[in-house]
Ligand binder design. Structure first.
Ligand code: GTP
Ligand code: MG
Length: 254
C-alpha cells in the first residue's frame, strides 16, 4: 500500500478504499495524526510526573529511593505505521488506537527486585490508572534471558476539547536487568535478529549472572534495612509552636 492510500480517517470519508488522496487530504491526515500522537505524548508526561512524585515522596517518607532512573519514548510515526503494516492491522486511527498499545512507553529502573513490585503496586493502586495487561518476564524469564515487568495501563488525558483514555506501556526492571536488555538490544540489531548461537548462550549466561547479582544485592539491602531506624509516625495534632519559634527565631518580620 502506498502512503497516499493510507486510510487514517476511516470514520468519515476520503481518502480511503484505494482512492487517490489530494494534497489537501494529506494535509488533513497529517494534522489528525499529529493530534492523535499528541495524546500519547501527554500520557507519557502524566505517567512520568506520577513516577517522579512517587520517587520524591518515597524518598521523603522512607529516606530511601527505590527509583534509579525514569526514561520514556514516544514511538515515531514511521514505527507506528510500520507496526500496523507488519501486524496487518487496519490502516486507520481507530484500529491503531485499539491495537498498538506501546506508542507511549515509560521505563522505570529500580535499585532492587523488591522495588519493582512496590512501584507496580503504587501505580496500579492509583484511582485514574487502569491496568489493561501485565506481563511478568521476571517470574517467567524470556528464553533469551530477558527480564522485566511490563504493564499496559490506561490513564485519562484531559485535552482542550475532550477527555481520552490513553494506553501507556510501562517497563519496570532493575539496573542489572536494564544493563542486560540494552546490550542484548544492541547485539540483536547488529545481527538483525540472527544472533549467532555462541553469543546467544553467552547472553543467557549473563542474564543468569545478572539475576544472581540482583538476589545478592537484595539480600544485602534487607540486612541494612533491618538495622535502619524506623521513621516516627506523622503526628497531625502535635503542637507546632516549637517549630514556629524555631522558624521565626532571628528571622526578620515581613
Ligand atoms: P512488540 O510487538 O515488540 O510490541 O512485542 P510484544 O507486544 O509481544 O510485547 P513484549 O512484551 O514482548 O515486548 C515489548 C517491549 O519489551 C519491546 O518493545 C522491548 O522494549 C522490550 N523487550 C521485549 N522482549 C525483549 C528482549 O528479548 N530483549 C530486549 N532487549 N527487550 C525486549
Ligand atoms: Mg512493543
Amino acid at each position: 500500500m502506498k502512503p497516499w492510500q493510507l486510510d487514517l480517517n476511516a470514520d468519515d470519508g476520503p481518502p480511503g478504499n484505494g482512492e487517490r488522496a489530494t494534497v489537501e487530504d494529506i494535509r488533513v491526515l497529517r494534522e489528525q495524526f499529529v493530534d492523535f500522537m499528541l495524546g500519547y505524548k501527554f500520557a507519557i508526561d502524566e505517567i512520568t510526573t506520577k513516577i517522579n512524585i512517587l520517587r520524591e515522596d518515597f524518598n521523603n517518607t522512607h529516606e530511601y529511593n527505590p527509583i534509579e532512573h525514569v526514561g520514556s519514548r514516544l514511538k515515531s510515526p514511521e514505527s507506528v505505521l510500520e507496526k500496523v503494516q507488519r501486524k496487518n492491522y487496519a490502516m486507520n486511527l481507530a484500529a491503531i488506537r485499539e491495537n498498538v498499545l506501546d506508542i507511549a512507553g515509560v521505563r522505570v529502573v529500580c535499585s532492587f527486585i523488591s522495588d519493582i513490585g512496590t512501584i507496580r503496586d503504587m501505580l496500579a493502586g492509583q484511582e485514574d490508572i487502569t491496568v489493561l495487561e501485565e506481563r511478568d518476564y521476571i517470574t517467567h524469564r524470556k528464553p533469551n534471558g530477558y527480564q522485566s515487568l511490563h504493564l499496559i495501563v490506561s490513564i485519562p488525558v484531559f485535552r482542550s476539547d475532550r477527555t481520552q483514555r490513553v494506553p501507556v506501556e510501562i517497563q519496570i526492571r532493575t539496573i542489572a536487568m536494564d544493563f542486560w536488555a540494552s546490550l542484548e538490544h544492541k547485539i540483536y540489531y547488529k545481527y538483525r535478529g540472527e544472533v549467532p548461537p555462541n553469543l546467544r548462550s553467552d547472553l543467557a549466561q549473563a542474564a543468569e549472572v545478572a539475576t544472581q547479582l540482583d538476589e545478592k544485592m537484595e539480600a544485602l539491602h534487607r540486612q541494612i534495612d533491618r538495622t535502619a531506624q524506623p521513621r516516627t509516625h506523622p503526628a497531625e495534632t502535635l503542637d507546632l509552636s516549637v517549630l514556629y519559634h524555631a522558624f521565626t527565631a532571628g528571622a526578620p518580620h515581613r
